[in-house]
Design a protein around this ligand. Sequence first.
Ligand code: 5GP
Ligand code: MN
Length: 339
Amino acid sequence: MQNIQAFKDYMDQPRKVVILTHFKPDADALGSSLGLAGYLKKKGHAVQVITPSDYPDFIAWMPGNSEVLVFQKERPQKARQFVEGADIIFCLDFSSLNRIHELGELVKVAAARKVLIDHHLEPEKFAEFEQWDETAASTAELVYQLIEQLGDKSLIDASIANCLYAGIMTDTGGFRHPNTTHKVFQIAGELVGLGAEPAKVSKQIYDTNSLERLRLMGYVLSEKLQVLPEYRTAYMALSAEDLKKFSSQTGDTEGLVNYGLSIKGIRLSVMISDRRDNIKLSFRSLGSFSVNDLARKHFEGGGHRNAAGGQTNLTLDQTLQKFLDLLPAYKDELTADEP
Ligand code: 5GP
Ligand code: MN
């Protein structure tokens, strides 16, 4: 953060703080938010975490979860009051206001000072204070660095450490993606030293499946996964009926798109699912192929170079067709040799 002294001076007095994260938060979104909330509470601030929508059960174990206000579920009026009455609003793990839906407009017009803590590409300029770094693997590590820069590392307890560790673990795909740097291991190691429990966090997040979720995964892998070797591309399209058949809950499809990319030779994978309100796309790529560009240009989305998302208001079939029609234009890029 460039103007960190001004930030520090402002936070020297107890403030009314709101922490917001993106729609359908993942472990990095919720973990960085609750980790920051735990820290700011210890500093004497009044803190309210608000999520635009619900989120999966496998992240609901995080300390502080019970105090989260879910905009879609609970009285939106209450969330509105918090946003309107806040002294300072922290926006975590997203950088375009449309990712928090109706809350975006409220944040835009709110009188509060604004802080962005994020690692997504091409951020919107709306915050006075920015802890933004596209080379960071996770927002959780940016929260850690901010606390460290403020000289408060000693305030990180086991609860905060577990939340932040969860964000780092998941956004590096369990310390497997190319963003798993020396710095990532250093920070994760520090967090373990401060009380984070890797086995417990990993069990909670990766190994608490419902039987229906496993059956859905099996069904998708055997019936829905398609491969186009000539484009080095894998795709899966899930209808609303498919999701209903397996009583799909929020988060049940998370990670499925990665299976497409796990096939030898595949460089682009997409999962398209019918969420009834809209069609959601989830992209993953290997190497230099930018799914951020693809999602931004064609699917009202964005993200990172190798992991991005988007949406359409078309039907599922039309969305799949739109994706397939785009592939010839990307063929050279997708099939070029890479070191
Ligand atoms: P996922 O496929 O896991 O939902 O998302 C992959 C990455 O893209 C995450 O970093 C997520 O925050 C981002 N992302 C997902 N959907 C959208 C979207 O609609 N717009 C933008 N800008 N980013 C998205
Ligand atoms: Mn993230």
